[in-house]
Design a protein around this ligand. Structure first.
Ligand code: ACO
Length: 162
């Protein structure tokens, strides 16, 4: 099964409900509810499978940069997702920063610590690939969740809408 990145970057164990597992995004995940989970977070649009595969292949060619994980339930349906994008820098001795993006858990599956496990898994991958920190933007509503995941408030989010 084609995976976006190597499973060896995942933690050796992840505490999840019985039958659930965490894995890298796979090329067949269009059929497994990936976009439905993203729709819990925001507008996704009407994306064809062909367009989805084109974007997947673009990311797979950059698989030292794009790390998308899925939590899958016992039936093989995707119930939680999260992304880590690696930014490589000149400063801090050619350091790297992990950007945590698009964390979302299917509404019926929230409150089972899946969000926490997604963040812990992405933080682990970031450490494995040499990041010195991870950062993210979120709404005030989600601030307590990220604090439970060990994140601290730092700075102000700015946006320029194009
Ligand atoms: N306010 C206060 N505490 C919270 C909240 C909240 N909004 N959400 C979770 N928590 C707490 C839980 O109670 C739990 O605390 P505990 O350890 O004391 O029991 C802890 O945080 C871990 O919660 P999980 O069960 O892991 O959270 P869940 O699996 O429900 O996922 C998430 C949280 C991802 C925010 C989920 O509610 C969701 O998908 N929301 C809709 C999409 C969204 O807003 N995503 C975040 C976008 S920001 C970004 O992507 C960078």
């Amino acid at each position: 099964m084609a995976s976006l990145f190597s499973e060896t970057l995942l933690p050796t164990t992840t505490e999840l409900p019985e039958g659930y597992s965490v894995r890298p995004l796979q090329r067949t995940d269009y059929q497994k509810g990936f976009l439905d989970v993203l729709r819990v977070l925001t507008k996704v649009g009407d994306i064809s499978e062909e367009a989805w595969l084109e974007r997947y292949d673009w990311m797979a060619k950059r698989n030292e940069e794009y790390f998308i994980i899925c939590i899958v339930n016992g039936e093989g349906t995707i119930v939680g997702v999260g992304s880590l994008v690696i930014e490589r820098k000149f400063l801090r001795n050619l350091g790297a920063v992990g950007h945590i993006e698009d964390i979302t858990v299917q509404s019926s599956e929230q409150g089972k610590k899946l969000g926490l496990r997604i963040i812990q898994t992405l933080d682990h991958i970031a450490q494995q690939v040499g990041c010195y920190k991870c950062i993210l933007d979120c709404s005030e509503k989600n601030q307590p969740f990220y604090e439970k995941c060990g994140y601290k408030l730092a700075g102000v989010q700015m946006v320029y809408h194009i």
